[in-house]
Design a protein around this ligand. Structure first.
Ligand code: FE
Length: 205
């Protein structure tokens, strides 16, 4: 995975040990009470681990090569994602497109709502108070800290995620990728470009 620009605080090992013991205790209790089986828990963890930015990248690459798909995706993100066989967890997904005029940035000001079904777990900085507050107040400055310096003529739209509405940014397709196959294009799409803090990677010359 790509390098994070803002590193979270290191987790206190004592706290980690506490949560690990608690997780084990809860898990054992759920199994003992017959609420869940061990196999169900293992299957759920596997399913969660299979979710990651590669799924979102597939969606983006497909939208880049198929304009009709892109239109459908922008109209109904959930249906567009499902069309590629990627399960949607019931939360409404909205896809917003970055263009030369508009740059979209995703935040959850309240907590850390994030399109986990296609991007996996959110990065640490996404969950931090600083990003959550500043992304709304001074998006241009926040973007610049991620190395994304936008001209003043570009309108920035900040999207505040909620429990029932998640956003995925469709980054602009990099120049010099004409005729590329979808999987090659998908490799240019990293997590941060789908949150909107960065552009998609440029092709190597
Ligand atoms: Fe949230």
């Amino acid at each position: 995975m790509s390098h994070d620009h803002h590193h979270g605080p290191t987790i206190d090992p004592e706290r980690l040990a506490y949560y690990q013991r608690m997780a084990t205790a809860v898990r054992e209790l759920l199994i003992e009470k017959g609420i869940l089986t061990d196999a169900q828990i293992v299957a759920t963890i596997k399913k969660m681990e299979a979710r990651g930015p590669a799924l979102g990248a597939r969606v983006v690459a497909h939208a880049w090569v198929d304009p009709n798909y892109k239109t459908r995706l922008l109209l109904d993100g959930s249906a567009g994602v499902e069309e590629l066989g990627i399960p949607v967890d019931g939360t409404r997904l909205i896809v917003v497109e970055n263009t030369e005029e508009v740059h979209n940035l995703v935040v959850c000001t309240l907590c850390s709502c994030y399109p986990r079904n296609i991007l996996g777990l959110p990065p640490d900085w996404y969950k931090k108070a600083a990003y959550r507050a500043r992304a709304v107040k001074e998006p241009r400055a926040v973007l610049a800290e991620f190395g994304t310096v936008l001209s003043d003529s570009v309108t920035i739209r900040v999207h505040d995620s909620t429990a029932d509405m998640r956003y995925l940014v469709l980054p602009a397709r990099p120049a010099g990728t004409e005729g590329w196959a979808e999987d090659k294009l998908a490799a240019l799409v990293n997590r941060d470009s789908m949150i909107g803090v960065q552009a998609a990677k440029e092709p190597e010359q």
